[in-house]
Design a protein around this ligand. Structure first.
Ligand code: ADP
Ligand code: C5P
Ligand code: MG
Length: 208
């Protein structure tokens, strides 16, 4: 029985699915500290960090045919169609040579989630969820200073709305399957990482 997803899988993704990579989805509101903590996880646990937002910004800057669409979506805090984002993620996974990935900021909505599952046939090992108040996230985003076009109060409010309406349901989907590891992300960076470490450290090493 061939579905569109099977066909896409056979054509573009045979080698990736066969590798059975370990994938951890890293989710949380904008400014909750996903990128910051992923950098720490990479150093300690040998994962490759793939930020969907970073990949989309790089694609936009590369002058791709989707560049203007991506720029407009990011400026409005909207979610880019999964077809674009999944291709970027697959390419980055294939090129990395690694088999352990932190996929940060993806899946951002139900469409992202279902399409990734269908196209890649990869199930996440678990979902790391950085839980943080809007007040704290807003403070962090307004002082991030990376020159991002979406770190202004007008776009930030739109991103919070999209997070509540579209991204939280994805987290709830995985919650109902027992896959969510929730972290209180409102604390200082080092404290948050202590909790993160406990999740990534194999159980039989924890006592050492
Ligand atoms: P995200 O990737 O979830 O949008 P970032 O990791 O880029 O978030 O963090 C947003 C901003 O907040 C950055 O300037 C970062 O240095 C800062 N930051 C990250 N984690 C913390 C924390 N626990 N406490 C205070 N500031 C933080
Ligand atoms: O995760 P990050 O904050 O870097 O994402 C910035 C923007 O990139 C999002 O607000 C959204 O416009 C876009 N994005 C997307 N689909 C994703 C991740 C990010 O459209 N899965
Ligand atoms: Mg980020």
């Amino acid at each position: 029985m061939g579905t569109v997803g099977d066909a896409a899988n056979k054509d573009t993704n045979g080698s990736l699915a066969e590798k059975k990579p370990t994938v951890v989805f890293v989710l949380g509101g904008p400014g909750s500290g996903k990128g910051t903590q992923c950098a720490n996880i990479v150093q300690h646990f040998g994962f490759t960090h793939l930020s969907a937002g970073d990949l989309l910004r790089a694609e936009q800057k590369s002058g791709s045919e989707n560049g203007t669409m991506i720029q407009n979506m990011i400026k409005e805090g909207k979610i880019v169609p999964s077809e674009v984002t999944i291709k970027l993620l697959q390419k980055a996974m294939e090129e990395s040579g690694n088999d352990k990935f932190l996929i940060d900021g993806f899946p951002r909505n139900e469409e992202n989630r279902a399409a990734f599952e269908t196209v890649t046939q990869i199930e996440p090992a678990f979902v790391l969820f950085f839980d943080c108040s809007e007040e704290e996230m807003e403070r962090r985003l307004l002082s991030r200073n990376e020159g991002r076009e979406d770190d202004n109060i007008e776009t930030i409010r739109k991103r919070f709305k999209v997070f509540l309406e579209s991204s939280l349901p994805v987290i709830q989907h995985y919650e109902s399957r027992g896959k969510v590891r929730k972290i209180d992300a409102g604390r200082p960076i080092e404290e948050v990482f202590e909790s993160v470490k406990a999740i990534f450290t194999p159980k039989n090493e924890k006592a050492e």
